[in-house]
Design a protein around this ligand. Structure first.
Ligand code: UT7
Length: 337
C-alpha cells in the first residue's frame, strides 16, 4: 500500500478592519513608536472592535475563504481543529460554532489550546489524523482575539498583541509532499511567567478578580524572551539537522511573530537570510495561534511546489516546537480572490 501523506492544499485568512497604530497606543500608555519598533517590531495591529463578535467570527471568514479557494464542499470536510486561547465561550468549543456557521454535516470539531504554539500542534494533529488513513480532509484554524484579554493600561503588554485568524486545508495524498516531520515540546514550569490569573477553575471570576485586574494577560517579558530565543532556535536547528536541511535548501522559515528580535535570533542561528523568513509582525503584531497561518496567507504567492518550510513557535505553558513542511502547490497559480 502506498504511503499516505498529509499535504496542505490551501490557505485562507482574515484580519479585522480596525487598525490600532503605535500613535494611538502612545496616547493610552507611556510609550512611543520608536520604543515599540526597536524592542518589539510592531507598527500596527488589527482589532476586532465590533461588539458581540469573537474568535469564531474571524475563523469563519478565514475558513470560508479557504473553502472557496480549495473548492471544497461542506460535506467533504471530515474534521475541524481550532487552535485558540480566546474561544468565544468556555464551552461549547469555538470549533463547534464554526462547524455550524460553515454548514458542515460530516465533521467532528474541537478546540486545541496550546497558546502561541497552538497552530503548530494543530498541524501535527491534522497530519496524524490523515496519515492514519481514517480522515481525508481536515480544516485547521489558528486564531485569537487577543484584544479581549489585553490590559490597555499596561505598557509592557498592550503594544504586542493583535487580532486575526487563518486556516489551512490538510488533505490525504500519495505525493511526496506535506507535513513531513515535527518536534513538539511542553514544559509546565512556564506557568508563572505567562498566564491569566483568574477566570479558570482555580480562580473563577469574582468581584475580587475583576477589581484586581486578574482577567488580563500577565507576562514576565524578559524571562519569556530568553526561553523563546533559546527553545525556538534549538528546536529549529534540531529539525533541520534531522531532515538534512540547512541554509542551502531551506526555502522559508515561518516563525511565530512575537518579537522581531526573537525572529532575527532564530534566523541567524540557522544562517538563513531574512529574505527567506516570513515576517509580518509590523502589520499584525502577535495574534498568538494566528501568526503562523497568517504569515503563509500573506506570502502564499511566493511559495513554490517542493519548497522546504520550517514552522516554529513558542508560547505559554511553556509550549514550543518546529514542524517541517514540503509545500505542495505553486502559490502564484492560486486564483486571486
Ligand atoms: O507569544 C508568546 C511568547 N511571548 C514572547 O515571546 C514575548 C517575549 N518577550 C518580549 O518580547 C519582550 O520581553 C517584551 C517586548 C515584552 C519587553 O521587551 P524588553 O526589551 O524585554 O523590555 P523589558 O521588559 O526588559 O523592559 C525594559 C524597559 C523597562 O524600563 P526600566 O525598568 O529599564 O527602566 C520597562 O519599564 O523598558 C520599559 N518598557 C517600556 N518603555 C516604553 C516596557 N514596556 C515599555 C513600553 N514603552 N511599551
Amino acid at each position: 500500500m502506498e504511503k499516505i501523506n498529509a499535504i496542505i492544499t490551501g490557505v485562507g485568512g482574515y484580519v479585522p478592519d480596525y487598525v490600532l497604530t503605535n500613535d494611538e497606543i502612545s496616547r493610552m500608555v507611556d510609550t512611543n513608536d520608536e520604543w515599540i519598533m526597536t524592542r518589539i517590531g510592531v507598527k500596527e495591529r488589527r482589532i476586532l472592535n465590533e461588539e458581540g463578535l469573537g474568535t469564531s467570527y474571524m475563523a469563519r471568514k478565514a475558513a470560508k475563504q479557504l473553502m472557496r479557494k480549495t473548492q471544497s464542499t461542506p460535506d467533504s470536510i471530515d474534521a475541524v481543529i481550532v487552535a485558540t486561547t480566546t474561544p468565544d465561550y468556555h464551552f461549547p468549543s469555538t470549533a463547534s460554532i464554526l462547524c455550524d456557521k460553515l454548514g458542515l454535516k460530516n465533521a467532528f470539531a474541537f478546540d486545541l489550546q496550546a497558546a502561541c504554539s497552538g497552530f503548530l500542534y494543530a498541524l501535527e494533529m491534522a497530519a496524524s489524523m490523515i496519515c492514519s488513513g481514517r480522515h481525508k480532509k481536515v480544516i485547521i484554524v489558528g486564531g485569537d482575539k487577543m484584544s479581549s484579554m489585553v490590559n490597555y493600561s499596561d505598557r509592557a503588554t498592550c503594544p504586542i498583541f493583535g487580532d486575526g485568524a487563518a486556516a489551512f486545508m490538510v488533505e490525504a495524498s500519495t505525493e511526496d509532499f506535506g507535513i513531513m516531520d515535527s518536534i513538539l515540546r511542553t514544559d509546565g514550569k512556564g506557568l508563572p511567567f505567562l498566564h491569566m490569573k483568574a477566570g479558570g477553575s482555580v480562580c473563577p471570576p469574582s468581584y475580587f478578580s475583576i477589581d484586581n485586574k486578574m482577567h488580563y494577560i500577565y507576562q514576565e517579558g524578559r524571562t519569556v524572551f530568553k526561553y523563546a530565543v533559546s527553545n525556538m532556535s534549538d528546536v529549529t536547528a534540531a529539525i533541520a539537522e534531522k531532515n538534512h536541511l540547512d541554509k542551502s535548501n531551506i526555502d522559508w522559515i515561518v516563525p511565530h511573530q512575537a518579537n522581531l528580535r526573537i525572529i532575527d535570533a532564530v534566523a541567524s542561528r540557522l544562517e538563513v537570510p531574512l529574505e527567506k523568513v516570513m515576517i509580518n509582525i509590523e502589520r499584525y503584531g502577535n495574534t498568538s495561534a494566528g501568526t503562523l497561518p497568517l504569515c503563509v496567507w500573506d506570502f502564499e504567492k511566493k511559495l513554490k511546489k517542493g519548497d522546504n518550510l520550517i514552522f516554529t513557535a513558542f508560547g505559554a505553558g511553556f509550549t514550543w516546537g518546529a514542524v517541517y513542511v514540503k509545500w505542495a502547490y505553486d502559490g502564484d497559480k492560486v486564483a486571486v480572490e
